[in-house]
Design a protein around this ligand. Structure first.
Ligand code: SAH
Ligand code: SF4
Ligand code: F3S
Length: 467
C-alpha cells in the first residue's frame, strides 16, 4: 500500500531542522554531487531545499563544503564505480578536515548488499539513506552530527509518496514535476524497480496545484517526471490517465510541457491525440526501444514487438508530423547475436531518430538478466555500439540539416559557453539552438530561424518575441 508522507512527519522533520541549527559545531555549508537521471536531479533539488531550511549554505566548491552529499545512481556498473570513487576521494580530505561530513544517498544505497558494504568498507561515510527516505535528511543529519556516529537508513517500506518538501530549484524558468515514483515493469536488465520501489502516482490535484504555482511564478517550461509516465494513474482509483493529466496541465497557463519517460507498451491513441491537440506539449517524444529484435525484446520483458513499436511511431508521426523522436538502445544484452544486433540497426534506420542514448548492457546483481547464460563478450559489445553510434550520427545529421530554414521556438536558458555574444536554449524537439542575443533574453521563449546545423546543435537567428 502506498503511504503518503503525513504533515505530522514533515513537522517532525522541521523539529529536527531546528535542533540541528542549535548544535554548536554543526556543518555550515553543503555541496551535493548528483549522478543519474532527472529523478535524481530533482531529488537533489529537494535535498538542497531541506538543507537550506536547516540553516546551511550552498558551498561554491565541493572541497570547501562541511557536508558533501552524493546522490548516487546504479543503473550501470560505471555509474556506480564513479560514485564510489568520488566518495573514496573525499576520505583523504577528511583526514585533513575531520569535521567534514560525508553523505551517500540515492539509488545505489538501496542495491542489495550496498548498505552493509557502506558500513564495512566506507567507515568515513557519516550518513546514508535510500530513495524513499530523502524526506528524513534533517533527522539523519542531526543524529549523525549530534552523536558524531554513523547513521544509515535503508527503507523498511517500499512505497512512500513524498509530498510537501521544500525545493531549491536549479532554474527559475524550467522545473521538474514528479508525477509518479517507482516502476513496476521489471525489464530483466534493469535495477530501477528494486531501488525505486513500486509505482506510486501522485494525486492529480497535488500535481496540478504545483504546476499552477510554477506558472504563476514565471516558470516557462515543466518536465513531468516518472519512469513510465504513460502508466500514470493506474494505481489510483478513479484517477486521471496520463493523457487527461496532460490536458489539465495544459489549462494551467504553463507555456511549455515536456515529459519523461514513456514506455511503448503503454503509449495509447488517447495520449497521441492529446499531444496533437495540446499546444503546450512540446514536439519531442522520447520512446526507448532498447532493441530491434523481437527475441531480445521478449527476453528483456518489454511487452512489445518491433512491429508494435513501429506502429506507435507511425501513429505518432501521422498525428504530430513535426515531432522529433529519440530513444534508448542497449547492445550486448545476453544472447544477442549478430543477427539480433543487425535488427537493432534496421530499427534505427527505419525510425531515423533525432538522437539516441546508446548503452552497452551492464549486468546488475539481483536482476533476472544477470543470471542469463550467453553474456556477450565486452569486445563484441564495444564493436556493436561503435557501429550503432556511427549510424545514429548519420541520422542526427539528417534530422538537424532537415531543420535548416525552419522557425522554432526556443526557451533561452544560458549564454553559450564558447562565445559570450551567443545565447543557447532548446527548441521544442529538444535540440540545442545557439543564436546571437543579449542576456536580457535569458528566460524568454523566442522564435528563432535555423540557419545551419552542427554535429548535435543548431544555429539560428532571432526572429521576434513570441511569449
Ligand atoms: N524508465 C525509463 C529509463 C530508465 S533507465 C525507461 O524505461 O525508458 C534509462 C536507460 O538506461 C534505459 O532506457 C536503458 O536503455 C538503460 N539501461 C537500464 N538498465 C541498463 C543496464 N543494466 N545496462 C545497460 N543499460 C541499461
Ligand atoms: Fe527500468 Fe524498464 Fe522500469 Fe524503465 S520501464 S525503469 S527500463 S524496469
Ligand atoms: Fe540511476 Fe536511479 Fe535514475 S539508478 S538512472 S538515478 S532512477
Amino acid at each position: 500500500m502506498t503511504v503518503k508522507i503525513t504533515p505530522e512527519q514533515i513537522a517532525e522533520q522541521r523539529r529536527f531542522m531546528t535542533l540541528f541549527q542549535a548544535l554548536p559545531d554543526r556543518p555550515r555549508t553543503y555541496y551535493i554531487v548528483t549522478y543519474g537521471c532527472q529523478m535524481n536531479a530533482h531529488d537533489s533539488e529537494k535535498l538542497a531545499g531541506m538543507l537550506d531550511e536547516m540553516g546551511m549554505e550552498l558551498s561554491p566548491a565541493r572541497e570547501e563544503a562541511d557536508f558533501v552529499l552524493h546522490n548516487t545512481c546504479c543503473i550501470r556498473d560505471n555509474a556506480e564505480r564513479k560514485a564510489l570513487g568520488n566518495v573514496t576521494w573525499l576520505k583523504e580530505l577528511k583526514k585533513e578536515r575531520p569535521g567534514l561530513m560525508i553523505g551517500v544517498c540515492g539509488c545505489m544505497v538501496r542495491e542489495s548488499g550496498m548498505a552493509e558494504k557502506l558500513l564495512r568498507q566506507y567507515p568515513f561515510v557519516d550518513v546514508a539513506f535510500g530513495t524513499s527516505n530523502i524526506y528524513r535528511l534533517p533527522e539523519l543529519l542531526y543524529k549523525a552530527a549530534e552523536s558524531r556516529s554513523r547513521v544509515v537508513a535503508v527503507e523498511q517500506e517500499q512505497s512512500t509518496l513524498i509530498e510537501g518538501l521544500p525545493i531549491r530549484r536549479e532554474s527559475p524558468y524550467q522545473a521538474y514535476v514528479t508525477i509518479m515514483y517507482g516502476c513496476n515493469n521489471y525489464c530483466t536488465y534493469c535495477i530501477v524497480p528494486y531501488v525505486r520501489g513500486r509505482e506510486r502516482s501522485r494525486s492529480a490535484g497535488d500535481i496540478l496545484r504545483d504546476i499552477e504555482r510554477l506558472a504563476q511564478s514565471g516558470v516557462q517550461e515543466i518536465m513531468l517526471l516518472g519512469q513510465n509516465v504513460n502508466s500514470y494513474g493506474k494505481d489510483l482509483e478513479g484517477g486521471l490517465s496520463f493523457a487527461q493529466l496532460l490536458h489539465e496541465a495544459g489549462q494551467t497557463g504553463i507555456p511549455r510541457i515536456r515529459f519523461m519517460t514513456s514506455h511503448p507498451k503503454d503509449l495509447t491513441d488517447e495520449l497521441i491525440d492529446e499531444i496533437a491537440q495540446n499546444p503546450a506539449v512540446l514536439r519531442h517524444f522520447h520512446l526507448p526501444a532498447q532493441s530491434g529484435s523481437d527475441r531480445i525484446l521478449k527476453a528483456m520483458n518489454r511487452h512489445y514487438t518491433v512491429d508494435q513499436y513501429l506502429d506507435r511511431v507511425a501513429r505518432l508521426r501521422q498525428a504530430v508530423p513535426d515531432i522529433g523522436i529519440t530513444t534508448d538502445l542497449i547492445v550486448g544484452f545476453p544472447g544477442e547475436t549478430e543477427e539480433d544486433f543487425e535488427a537493432t540497426l534496421r530499427l534505427a534506420d527505419t525510425v531515423r531518430y533525432d538522437s539516441a542514448f546508446t548503452f552497452i548492457y551492464s549486468p546488475r546483481v539481483g536482476t533476472a538478466a544477470a543470471k542469463y547464460p550467453d553474456q556477450v563478450p565486452a569486445e563484441v559489445s564495444a564493436r556493436r555500439i561503435d557501429r550503432l553510434i556511427k549510424l545514429q550520427e548519420k541520422h542526427t545529421a539528417i534530422a538537424l540539416n532537415g531543420m535548416i530554414g525552419s522557425e522554432v521556438s526556443v526557451l533561452v536558458t544560458d549564454r553559450s559557453k564558447r562565445d559570450e555574444t551567443m545565447l543557447t536554449g532548446k527548441c521544442g524537439r529538444n535540440i540545442s539552438v545557439n543564436f546571437a542575443g543579449t542576456p536580457e533574453d535569458i528566460g524568454k521563449v523566442l522564435n528563432v530561424k535555423i540557419t545551419s546545423a552542427g554535429k548535435t546543435t543548431l544555429r539560428g537567428e532571432k526572429m521576434e518575441v513570441s511569449a
